[in-house]
Design a protein around this ligand. Structure first.
Ligand SMILES: [Zn+2]
Ligand SMILES: [Zn+2]
Length: 317
C-alpha cells in the first residue's frame, strides 16, 4: 500500500509499504482523509523519536473487524492504545498508560497510508451530518474539549488564549461559550478568521500587557510562549499548556510559586463532545482547510503545512 514513512531523518513516500496486520480486537480501516497536524511537523523535527508511518487525524471506513456490525462504517479513532492491564488502562485512561502506543506518534503506524489498524473500542461512528473532511478535525477538536474536562470554567472569568493556529482556532470556539475570551496571535489572516466567527481576536502587540486573566491557555506551539503567558495570569489563576514541542522550555518557576499559579498540562480529549459539536454545527472547521492533496503530492502538502500562514492541510488517500 501507499504510505508516508518517517525513518527518523526524513519523510518518504513508499509505494509498496506492507499492509498493517489486524490483531484480534482490532479493526482494519481504509483511510479516506488524514489531516497534517503540528505534532506531525514536530515529529519531523525530532519530537517523540517516532519511526514509522506518520498521521493520527483521520476518517476512514472499516473493512475488517471482529465486530461485524462495524464493517462498512465510517469512523474516526482515538489514538492511544494502552496495555489493558495497568491502573490507568483499567480506568479508561489509556492515554496515560506507561506502555501505550499512539497512532502515528508512538510505536504504531499511523494514518498517512491507505490502511491502518486500531482497537475497535477506539473507534467512533461518524454521524452522516458530518462530511469526511470535517470528521478529520474530530481528534484535534477533542483535544480542545479536554480543557473542559480538566477545569470548571466560570462564566465571569476572563480568559486569554495565546495562539491563532490550527489548535488555537478550535480551542477558541470551544472556550467562547464558557468564558469572556480574548485570543492573541501573530497572523492577521488567522485573527481575521476568528473575528469572522465573532471572537475577540487581536495581535499580540495590541494586548494591554498590564491585564491579568483568570485563565491563560498556551496553544502557540512555541516553547518560550510560556514566559509571556505566565505574566498574564492572575495570582491563583490557571495556566493551561497545550504546546508539545521537541525543544526545551524555560518554565519560570518562581513566578508560578510566588503567584501560586495552577499549571495544567492538557493533551488528548473526549471524542463524543467533539463529534456532537460538529454534528450540531456548534464548531466550524471547513474554513480552516487550506488545501487537500492526494498522498502522492505529499511533498507539496507538507511544504504548505509548514508555512506559518497555513491552517489545515489534508491528505486524500
Ligand atoms: Zn494532532
Ligand atoms: Zn496500561
Amino acid at each position: 500500500m501507499k504510505a508516508l514513512y518517517f525513518d527518523g531523518k526524513r519523510l518518504e513516500f513508499r509505494e509498496d509499504y506492507p499492509m498493517p496486520e489486524r490483531r484480534s480486537g482490532e479493526a482494519l480501516i481504509r483511510v479516506r482523509y488524514a489531516g497534517i497536524c503540528g505534532t506531525d511537523l514536530e515529529i519531523l523535527r525530532g519530537y517523540a523519536e517516532f519511526r514509522g508511518v506518520l498521521g493520527h487525524e483521520f476518517v476512514g471506513e472499516v473493512v475488517e473487524a471482529d465486530d461485524e456490525s462495524l464493517i462498512g462504517e465510517r469512523v474516526v479513532g482515538e489514538i492511544n492504545i494502552g496495555c489493558g492491564e495497568c491502573e490507568f488502562c483499567k480506568k479508561g485512561l489509556e492515554k496515560h498508560c506507561a506502555n501505550r502506543l499512539a497512532l502515528g506518534i508512538r510505536g504504531k503506524d499511523g494514518a498517512f497510508a491507505e490502511y491502518l489498524t486500531l482497537p475497535e473500542k477506539n473507534l467512533h461512528r461518524v454521524p452522516e451530518e458530518i462530511s469526511d473532511t470535517e470528521a478529520v478535525f474530530t481528534e484535534p477538536l477533542a483535544a480542545a474539549y479536554e480543557i473542559l474536562t480538566q477545569l470548571h470554567l466560570k462564566p465571569s472569568w476572563k480568559a486569554l488564549l495565546l495562539g491563532d493556529g490550527r489548535l488555537g482556532q478550535l480551542i477558541a470556539q470551544v472556550l467562547r461559550h464558557h468564558v469572556d475570551l480574548t485570543v492573541v496571535g501573530r497572523h492577521q489572516r488567522k485573527l481575521e478568521l476568528l473575528r469572522d466567527l465573532g471572537i475577540n481576536a487581536i495581535m499580540f502587540n495590541e494586548l494591554d500587557r498590564s491585564m491579568r486573566f483568570d485563565v491563560v491557555v498556551d496553544a502557540t506551539g512555541n516553547p518560550n510562549a510560556v514566559l509571556e503567558a505566565i505574566k498574564l495570569v492572575k495570582p491563583m489563576g490557571f495556566l493551561i499548556l497545550k504546546t508539545t514541542t521537541s525543544k526545551p522550555s524555560k518554565m519560570p518557576l518562581s513566578e508560578i510559586v510566588v503567584n501560586e499559579i495552577i499549571v495544567i498540562g492538557s493533551r488528548c480529549g473526549p471524542f463524543k463532545p467533539a463529534l456532537n459539536a460538529l454534528k450540531e454545527r456548534l464548531i466550524k472547521v471547513d474554513y480552516m482547510i487550506d488545501g487537500i492533496y492526494p498522498i502522492t503530492d505529499w511533498k507539496k502538502a507538507f511544504e504548505k503545512a509548514m508555512s506559518r500562514e497555513t491552517l489545515k492541510i489534508i491528505l486524500k488517500m
